[in-house]
Unconditional design. Structure first.
Length: 279
């Protein structure tokens, strides 16, 4: 009897001892897991248009990630998000850090491109301040010199043309002001600057015409004819070309001025002078 009671007690004790659960240990996610989760959340926020929040999360993920490849990617994505919300200063600062920190990364050309267009987007009013124009031009020239064969080069060449036209427009605006106040020497300097630096812009024709006007007004007929010839040789269908010959003396021989050999010689000499000044 007593043996049965003792045996039953042992069975009861063993049953409950075996069925007792061990306490569950909750493990903290590793730094890598946290970073991956942050990165994925950042991608989701970026896709949903929450760019500022995404930029912050990409930055946090970069700090935690121990893989250079993924850290670099997170850094670049953060910069891109700042660019998308017009935070150009933050984007540029991040990108410059990226270039220093990950110099061997395959996306270095893209980082330089993003810096360049960030400067370009900061151009607001070239009539008040041309500093952003000049800075943007400097960055574009750097990019085209170092990465001429990349997929971004064509876009930057187009932007460079726009910048040069804006800078030429600024010079022409100032030159016209000097003309209106009869300050001929500074007006001539500004117009010649357009010929030297912005010869491929849409303002080259008017600049040549204004030089024809000023020199004729000052009695320097030969100089006036020289610029008219250059204008005629390059833009003979231009309205500015027609206006220039209206300015000249009625006795001026238009047919002689259109002598191709003479015009070409004058133009080549003119180009040589420009090249010497540039060098």
């Amino acid at each position: 009897m007593y043996q049965k009671i003792i045996f039953s007690f042992l069975i009861f004790f063993l049953f409950f001892s075996c069925s007792k659960k061990e306490p569950t240990v909750v493990q903290e996610p590793s730094d890598k897991e946290k970073a991956i989760e942050l990165y994925q959340e950042a991608v989701t926020n970026m896709d949903d248009g929450f760019y500022f929040q995404a930029a912050k999360q990409f930055t946090e993920a970069e700090i935690i990630l121990d893989s250079i490849e993924f850290s670099a990617k997170a850094s670049l994505m953060s910069s891109y998000c700042y660019y998308l919300i017009n935070f150009y200063d933050e984007a540029i600062e991040n990108l410059e850090k990226f270039i220093k920190k990950y110099p061997a990364d395959k996306n270095i050309p893209y980082a330089h491109y993003l810096i360049t267009i960030s400067y370009y987007e900061r151009i607001l009013d070239e009539e008040k301040d041309i500093t952003p124009l000049l800075k943007s031009k400097e960055k574009i020239n750097f990019f085209l010199k170092n990465y001429p064969d990349t997929e971004y080069a064509l876009d930057l060449k187009f932007k460079l043309d726009l910048i040069n036209n804006q800078l030429a427009a600024k010079e022409l605006f100032v030159a016209k002001y000097y003309i209106s106040t009869q300050k001929w020497v500074p007006a001539i300097k500004r117009l010649k600057l357009i010929l030297e630096k912005y010869e491929n812009t849409i303002f080259i024709e008017e600049a040549l015409h204004r030089l024809v006007e000023i020199h004729y007004h000052l009695g320097w007929e030969e100089e006036s004819k020289k610029y008219a010839k250059i204008l005629g040789y390059n833009y003979n269908s231009s309205d500015w070309f027609k206006q220039s010959y209206k300015v000249l003396n009625k006795n001026y021989d238009l047919q002689n001025a259109m002598n191709k050999k003479e015009i070409k010689k004058d133009y080549e000499n003119f180009l040589k002078k420009i090249i010497k000044r540039i060098k």
